[in-house]
Design a binder for this molecule. Structure first.
Ligand code: ATP
Length: 992
């Protein structure tokens, strides 16, 4: 079969000129002297078909294939070879053209090979692919040299099998098997590695699981505890807030009431004292007046006796007078006496009226003062009440804004020098920028008054100091032992990118004295954002793991609760504290005390004025009643005088005093005495009025004293009752305040919440508080029992379990892959065995004939050296040359060995034909007869195989269809001559 139709070579090795070899016959002989360039033809075929190995091209680099020049001929710049194939039998299965031209060109300049198929540029890979189909690159029997022959004949059986492997196409299986084995090895390594890791994780998992389960249980219980404890604490805090306020109000009103009552009692006591001293002076006055009164009465009595005597004497003077005259004298006398009484009475009325006027003026004056004092007293009372209210309000605010721990803190700071390791209050250590005041006011809780200590021992001593001295409570933060919660670094990186993120609270403010751990402790899990929206968004994205506060004081609490609304000035706990005396409780208390004293003074004055006014009123009444009496007496006397005057006129017929007024110029002794009596009686009446006034006043006084005493007794009883109630209220309040402090401290320390925040939040509804408290206790005990846990172990276990599962899946996958690979290898082995066995069987079938033809008799058989292991068995050849019994192939002569090798190689070629085979002086060791037999034998293959036979042997040449003579007429440059079997020319050529 004609397959390779033409070789065109330019600049390839010794083909300096363009050299064309046209092959028109199947059995082509190439002849020529040594070194003329015969083998360069084979090289050119292999080079064009993509050979990359410089060594197999007999060079050291690719430049060596380019013509290197000769005497008088410069080196070529490039080498180019084109092979023209007949593809009518579709040897190149992928190419549809009948003629296939393959070209390779190498330029020394760019040191690159270019490939072309049918003139179309292609890649090396494309050439290599189609070259495989020529067998020239894959089969070692496509180019058979003398070396091939001797290597095959003398090789060890296991090396010899290689040619059968190759012929059986086992190489590709071997390659696949090797690849698969490599994969298997890799997979096994992987399996071991992953198994190691998986075992390691597997060993740790049970412990980790236990830890995680413990932590999970702890977390679960802690969450339940936190929920209900927080709800109960909040409920308690809010209830206590109301109850405490009620008690404080009750205490306040009781204090005011008791103080007022005690004051009242004191004042009444003062009043009583004043009254007692006054009543004794009144008694003295009454006694004096009584004595004067008595004297006057006695004098009047004596005067009256004297007058009787004078009157009898005067009556004796008128003893001769008749009855009418005597009657007239008596009438006149009586008239005179009554006139004197009338005058006296009128004087008395005038005096009383003057007294009344004075008394009324005095009353008005007292009333004015009384009203003024009354008003003043009211003013003081209302001012006092205003200040008291203000003081209560300030104290109340002070209580709500800071729990009483501050008093403990204050005492510790004041005794700093006596205690060790006191760093200061948080308030004194931190500095918060104004823009963060509101946000930090809300997340600082009650920590502003917490005291920072160097060590826990310092804190312990300070607390013992407070306890010993009953100096209040303190929240202590020992730097050495604080164990702050924090946000994981990975989480931080995510949070930092959130919109509106301002910072992590513990990084936004500063603290003195290297106390960063204090900030970490108070603010370690708090985040500050610009707006509430930012806080809500961030809360959602971190699944509410940490607390967030916006600059305007709105909060998103851990676990999703929210707290917010308006903020007042009071919310800002960092605002500079101004010293404002008007809100200084001590100043207010002092002012209240001053007002109390003033009030007491006014009250005394008020009481005194009230009494004076009452007295003055009584006096006026008394005077008025006496005026009335006197005026009645005057009317009665005047009417008597009229009657007397009338009677006198009837009796005497004369007017008693005519038109003249009564004149007493020459009055009688009796009249004088009457006048004195009237005067004295007038004095007596005046004294009587005074006595009445004084006696009334005394009665009033004693009634008042009695009343005050009775009143005071009742008041004292009430006061005692109130004092008892106040004491019990105070003790209740104290107890409640202590409990409240504990509640607020727990809220602050454990949940970082203050009352403001609690008020704004909603909590779980507690149905049964007592049951819930019992549950809290139960949970606390359970948690204590569980002891130390690591919450991180939950995540750690989850992660490790996931890793374990992942590696488990990996292991299974790898195991599956290994099984698959092993089955592939098994399949490959089966296939290799089958193929190998088949080729050996096929060759064994063809071998006797080939052997017979080449040896002219005898036979040969291929033998497995290890029939039980076809995959690795070597191949031995059992040969029986005609007439000889041979034990070992090595015992054969060189020529015989070549014949054995050729018979096997040609048997292979028989059962696995190739389109082109190059034989390079393979028959050289044979004798003439064997050469001819060999050449004839070759001819038997030409129907399916084209042969290019490089030879020096005539027997071969004679059997070739065509001979090409290779010469170097010009030194170093190969020239090809078509010899057309012209023997003379051939011989001449060979002689050269
Ligand atoms: P023998 O019968 O001894 O095997 P041969 O006819 O097969 O010899 P080759 O091996 O084909 O000879 O040719 C070798 C010749 O090719 C040498 O003379 C060598 O100088 C020449 N040659 C090899 N490479 C180049 C090259 N790059 N440039 C010029 N000449 C080269």
């Amino acid at each position: 079969m004609l397959f390779l139709k033409q070789i065109r070579a330019t600049g390839f090795k010794s083909f300096a000129d363009t050299t064309i070899l046209n092959f028109t016959k199947e059995m082509i002989g190439v002849v020529g002297p040594n070194g003329s360039g015969k083998s360069n033809i084979t090289d050119s075929i292999r080079w064009a078909l993509g050979e990359q190995s410089n060594k197999s091209l007999r060079g050291s680099n690719m430049d060596d294939i380019v013509f290197s020049g000769s005497v008088g001929r410069p080196a070529a710049e490039y080498a180019e070879v084109t092979l023209v194939f007949d593809n009518q039998r579709d040897i190149f299965s992928t190419l549809s053209t009948d003629i296939v031209e393959i070209t390779r060109k190498f330029s020394k300049k760019n040191r690159e090979s270019e490939f072309y198929i049918n003139g179309v540029k292609c890649k090396l890979r494309d050439i290599q692919d189609i070259a495989l189909e020529t067998g020239l690159t894959k089969s070692s029997i496509a180019i058979i040299s003398q070396g091939t022959i001797s290597r095959f004949a003398e090789a060890k059986p296991d090396v010899r099998r290689e040619i059968f492997d190759e012929a059986a196409g086992v190489a590709k299986y071997k390659k696949r098997k090797l690849e698969t084995q490599r994969k298997l090895e890799k997979a096994s390594d992987n399996l071991l590695r992953i198994k190691d890791i998986s075992d390691e994780i597997g060993r740790r998992l049970p412990t980790l699981k236990k830890k995680a389960e413990k932590a999970e249980k702890y977390k679960h219980l802690a969450e339940e505890l936190q929920n209900i404890e927080l709800a109960v604490l909040a409920k308690d805090a809010l209830t206590y807030e109301v109850e405490l306020e009620k008690l404080r109000t009750a205490k306040r009103s009781l204090e005011i009431k008791t103080e007022k009552l005690a004051n009242e009692i004191n004042l009444s006591q003062d009043e009583l004292d004043v009254m007692l001293s006054k009543s004794s002076s009144t008694d003295i006055e009454i006694n004096e007046l009584n004595s004067s009164f008595q004297k006057i009465v006695e004098r009047v009595a004596s005067l009256k006796t004297q007058k009787q005597k004078v009157d009898s004497k005067e009556s004796e003077k008128h003893s001769e007078a008749n009855i009418d005259e005597i009657k007239a004298i008596n009438l006149k006398k009586e008239y005179d006496e009554k006139t004197i009484s009338l005058h006296s009475e009128k004087d008395l009325v005038a005096s009383f009226e003057a007294q009344e006027k004075e008394a009324k003026r005095e009353y008005d004056q007292i009333s004015d003062s009384f009203e003024r004092i009354h008003l003043k007293r009211q003013e003081i009372e209302s001012e006092k009440n205003r200040l008291q209210f203000k003081l209560d309000d300030i104290n109340q605010r002070a209580r709500t804004s800071s729990i009483s721990a501050s008093s403990g803190a204050k005492n510790i700071i004041e005794n700093k020098n006596r205690l060790s390791g006191v760093v200061g209050t948080v308030e004194s250590l931190i500095s918060v920028k104004e823009e963060y005041h509101v946000a930090f006011s809300l997340i600082t809780g009650n920590h502003l008054q917490s005291v920072v200590f160097k060590t826990d021992e310092d804190a312990k001593k300070a607390i013992e100091f407070l306890k010993r001295n009953n100096f209040g409570r303190v929240n202590a933060l020992p730097v050495s032992t604080l164990n702050p919660s924090s946000i994981a670094e990975a989480q931080k990186q995510v949070i930092k990118k959130a919109p509106g993120f301002i910072g992590f609270a513990n990084e936004l403010i500063e603290i003195k004295e290297n106390c960063q751990v204090v900030l970490d402790y108070i603010y370690g899990t708090a985040i500050v954002t610009k707006t509430f929206d930012d806080a809500v968004r961030l809360g959602r994205s971190i699944n509410y793991r940490y607390g967030i506060v916006s600059l305007d004081g709105q909060r998103v609490m851990p676990r999703g609760a929210m707290s917010g609304g308006s903020v007042s000035k009071a919310t800002n706990i960092f605002a500079a504290r101004r010293v404002d005396e008007s809100i200084n409780p001590e100043t207010i208390a002092k002012n209240i005390q001053t007002l109390n004293n003033l009030y007491e003074d006014y009250q005394k004055e008020f009481n005194a004025l009230r009494e004076s006014r009452e007295k003055s009123s009584v006096k006026i009444q008394e005077i008025m009643s006496n005026i009335k009496v006197s005026k009645f007496s005057i009317t009665s006397l005047e009417s008597n005088l009229e009657v007397l005057s009338e009677n006198y006129k009837i009796l005497t017929g004369k007017e008693l005093y005519g038109d003249k007024n009564v004149s007493f110029s020459n009055e009688s002794e009796s009249i004088r005495i009457s006048r004195e009596i009237a005067k004295l009686e007038s004095q007596r009446n005046e004294i009587s009025v005074k006595l009445n006034i004084l006696s009334n006043s005394r009665t009033q006084n004693s009634d008042r004293q009695h009343e005050i005493n009775k009143d005071n007794k009742e008041k004292r009883n009430t006061l005692n009752e109130w004092k008892d109630t106040l004491a019990s209220v105070k003790s209740d309040l104290n107890m409640m305040e202590n409990t409240n402090i504990m509640i607020l401290q727990k809220l602050s320390e454990k949940y970082n919440l203050n009352l403001d925040a609690v008020r704004q939040m909603s909590f779980d509804v507690i149905e049964n508080v007592e049951q819930t408290r019992a549950r809290i206790l139960e949970l606390s005990m359970e948690l204590k029992e569980i002891g130390d846990v690591s919450i991180d172990s939950i995540e750690e276990y989850k992660g490790e379990q996931e890793r374990f599962d992942y590696y488990d899946v990996q292991l299974k996958d790898i195991q599956e892959a290994i099984e698959k690979l092993e089955s592939i290898i098994a399949d490959i082995d089966i296939e290799m065995k089958t193929q190998f066995k088949k080729i050996v069987d096929d060759v064994n079938a063809a071998l006797p004939e080939a052997f017979k033809k080449l040896f002219n008799g005898g036979t040969a058989t291929l033998i497995y050296t290890d029939p039980d292991n076809i995959l690795e068995t070597g191949i031995d050849i059992d040969v029986q040359p005609p007439g000889k019994i041979i034990q070992n192939i090595n015992l054969l002569s060189g020529g015989e060995k070549s014949l054995v090798a050729l018979s096997v190689l040609f048997s292979i070629l028989k059962v696995r034909p190739l389109p082109l085979v190059i034989l390079d002086e393979v028959e050289a060791p044979l004798d003439v007869a064997n050469v001819t037999r060999f050449a004839k034998y070759v001819r038997e293959f030409v129907d399916v195989t084209q042969f290019i036979i490089v030879t020096h042997r005539e027997g071969t040449m004679e059997n070739c269809d065509i001979l090409f003579g290779v010469t170097m007429q010009t030194k170093g440059i190969t020239k090809i001559v078509n010899l057309d079997l012209k023997w003379d020319v051939i011989k001449k050529l060979l002689k050269n």
